[in-house]
Design a protein around this ligand. Sequence first.
Ligand SMILES: [Zn+2]
Length: 871
Amino acid sequence: MKLFIPLFFICILTACKISQPSISSQEGYVEEELEVVRDTYVPLNNPEKIELKKDPYKKSRKIETDLIHTKLEVSFDWSSSRLLGKASITAKPHFHSLDHIELDAKGMQIKLVKLNERTLKYNYDGLKLKVLLDRMYSSKESYTIEIDYVSSPNDIEVKEGKAITSDKGLYFINPSGRDKNKMPQIWTQGETESNSVWFPTIDAPNAKSSQEIYITVKDKYKTLSNGIFKGSKSYIKGYRTDHWEQKKPHAPYLFMMAIGEFVEVKDFYKRKDGSKMEVSYFVEKEYEKYAKDIFGETPNMIAFFEKKLGVLYPWDKYHQVVVRDFVSGAMENTGAVIFGDFVYKTDKELLDENDQSTIAHELFHHWFGNLVTCESWANLSLNESFANYSQYLWDEYRYGKDEADYQANIEKQKYFDSGLESGYHDLIWYYYNDKDDMFDNHSYNKGGRILHMLRTYLGDDAFFKGIQLYLTNNAYRAAEFAHLRLAFEEVSGEDLHWFFNQWYTDKGHPIIQIKQTKFQGFPNKGSLGPNTGKVTLTISQKQNNDYPTFKLPVEVAIFDDRGKTIENIVVTSKKQKFNFSYKGTLKNILFDDQQVILGNIYSEKPRSQFVHQFYNSKSYNARLTGLKRATKKNNKESNKILMDALKDPFWNIRLEAIKIISGFGTEVFDRALPFLHKMAREDKKSIVRAAALRLINQNGEYSEGDWEDKYQLNFDLINSDSSYLVVSEAISGASKLNPDTTLERASKLEETPSIKLRFAIADLYLQYGSIDQFSFFESQLMESNLALQEGLEIQMLSILIQFSLKQKQIVLSLNKCYSLIFYLQVKGTEITKSYMPQIVDYYCSYISELEKTPENKEELESLLKKYKGLK
Ligand SMILES: [Zn+2]
C-alpha cells in the first residue's frame, strides 16, 4: 500500500540564539546561554495521512505436500516463444495422508499427467493444477508424477482474463534475431512466484526441492542453470541437450535458466579443503575482455563472507550471467546469478563506478535467502536486510569504514525519503497489499541499518556468532524473524524482544532532539577533581504516538581536557535528562559516538563543538555533520575548515567541501582555487577531480591569466585523464573557453565506448556544432549500442531534434532528420517508437511555422508533405 504524503518540512538549518530550557536551578549554578546551531526537524509523518490500510493478514503458505525433487526436460519454440516441457515431480504428503497434490502452474497447456505409466485425472484452472493420485499416500511415502506441458509466457491469460506482462517468469529476448544489436536469448526470473509459469511446482518460499534440468538447444547456444553441469548429449543433428543438476534443495523461486551465445570466462575459488570451485562469468563476446574487471572480486568476496559468517559457501558453484532487458537489477538464483546489462562496463568506465555492491548483495543471498529462506514474503527482510548489509561489510573490508559509512548514509536517506513519500510500515509486514510491495526501502535499506545497530549493540563476536547459529539451525529450511531473534538470544544470553518489537514488528524510527545545558561555577568536587563542570543533555523523542517510543542504548562521547570519554546511557522515554561531568573545557559532546542509530538526530549545540567534531571525530558521519554545521555561515572560521576539508583523507569530505564552497562567494573561491587546480589534476577519486574542475569552470569572472590556466587545465585533462567523467567535464569546460578547438578535439573522441562521454559530445555539438556534426548523431542512432539501454536512444534523439532545428541550413537539416526518423520508426526501440507520433507532429508544426521565402517555399512545402506522410 503506497500513500503519498504531501506535507513535510524541508530541513532548514539556522544558527540562532535560543534560551535553554529551565532546569530546576541548583544553588550556585548559573545556566550558560549558548549560541547553538539548531535544526528544524522533519517530522516522522503527518499522523492523519499515514493510516496504512490494514489489508488481510498475509500468512505463509500452508504446507500440505513436501517437494523432494524436480526434474525438468525442456526445449523451445523460439518463433512462437514457447517452452515445451516435461516435469517429473517427486513429493510426499507433509504430515496428513493425501490422495492428491496441488501445484502452481500459471497459464500452461497441460497435455498429460502420469504416475508409474498410469494416466492421472487432474483439474486445471489456469493457475492451479490439482492432480488426483492413484491412491492415498502417507507422509512416509513419496511418489513421482510426470507432467507434459507447454508454457507460453507471452500470450497466457490468467483466470480473470488479465494478461501477465511483468511476471512472465520466462522471457524470450529478440527471439527472431531481427534486432542486430541484441543477442537473442532466453532467461527466467522467478521471484516472487513467477517460475510456475515455466514449470509446475509449489511456488512458495517455504517449499524446497533439489533439481535437475535437461535443456535442449541449437548447438550454437550456451545454457546455464543452477548446480553442476553434468554433460551433454546430441539426439538431433545440430541440437544438444545439456544436463544440470543441483542436489541440495532450494526454493522454487531460485530455479533458473539462461540461454544465449554467451562467452564463458572462467575463474575459480579455492575452497578451504583446497579444492577448486567454478566461478564463471557469462557475458557477450564484446565484454569477454572486461569480465574479470567487472566480476573479478567475486572469489575474494566468497572468502571474506565465509570467514565473516563462519559458514562455508553452501552450493556447488558460483556463476554470474549478464542478460539484456532484465526486469530487475539482479537476481540471486542459486549458483547462477543474473545481472541486468547495467554491469557491462569497460575497465576505464569501472574507474568511475563499479558494481561490487550488487555483486556482494547477490552473493550474500546464497546464505540469506538461498540457504535459509524467508518463510513468507512478509518476512522478506530476512533475505534482503542481510543482502543489503553485505554491501556495508564488503565496503568496510575492501575500502574502509568511511566508505562503508558513506554508502550506509545514502541507504538510510533513501529509506527516509521513501517513508516520507509512501508511509512507514512494520519491517516484518503482514499487511502488504501486493507481495511486490515488500521489495522496498524498508526490507532492504532499513533492515540493513537495523542489523548494523544490533551488531554495534551486541559487539562483533556475539553478532556474527548469532548469525552463524541462525544459518546452521535453519540451513536448507525456511525461517521467520523469530528464528533470528532466538539465535541472537541464545548466543548473547539476553532477552531481545525489546529490540525486535520496536524494529521488526513496529514501524518508524526515532526523531531525536538533543539540547545541551552547561552549568558554570560547578563546585570543585566529585570524581573528576578540580575544574570539573557539569552538562545536561535533554533528550526528546519527537515522533508522534503512532510510532513506538524507542529504547536506545547510546554511547555518548565527552571531549574535554582529558581527551575523549565514553558514557553509556539508555534512552527509554519521550523526554529524559542525563547529566555528565567534564574536566576543564568542554569541547564537544557527541551523541551516538559511532553514529549507528537509524533516526533523525538533531543536536543543538555551539558551533565550536561542531568545529571540534569535524576535526576530532572518528566517524565519517560525525565529521560530515561537523563540517556542514560548522560552515553554515560564510566567515573566516568556516573558510579555514573548508580549506582543511579539501585536504581530507576521505574523498566525500573533499567533495562536500567543494559543494559548500560553490555556494559561497568569490573570496572563498579565490582562496580555494590553487587547491582546486591541484585536485582537478591529482585527486585520486575521479568524482572529486570532476567536481573540482566543474567549480573552476563555473566561476565566470576571470582575468586573462586565469583564462590561460583554465584553458590549459581543461585541455590537459581531456588529453590525459583516465576517467570519462573528468574528460566529459573538461569538454564542457573547454567548450566555453574555446569552442572551435574543443569541437576539433571532441571529434576524435566520437568512437569512445563511454555513453557518458558521447552525451557530453552531443551536448557540445548542440551548443556549438554545425550541420557537419549531423553524422555523429546518425551513427549514434543507427550504429551504436545506445538502443541496448532503456531510454538512451530517445534521449539522444531529443538532443538531435534541438540540434537539427538550430541549424542555419534548415532545409538540409530537416531532410537529414527525415531519413533518420523514417529509419527509427522501423528500427528504433519500443520507447522511441512510442514517441514517434509526437516527434513527427512537432516537426510538422515547426515546418508550418517557418517563414517561407520565394527561394525555399517549394522545398518547405514538400518537406512538410514528407513529414506528414510519416504519420
Ligand atoms: Zn536482494
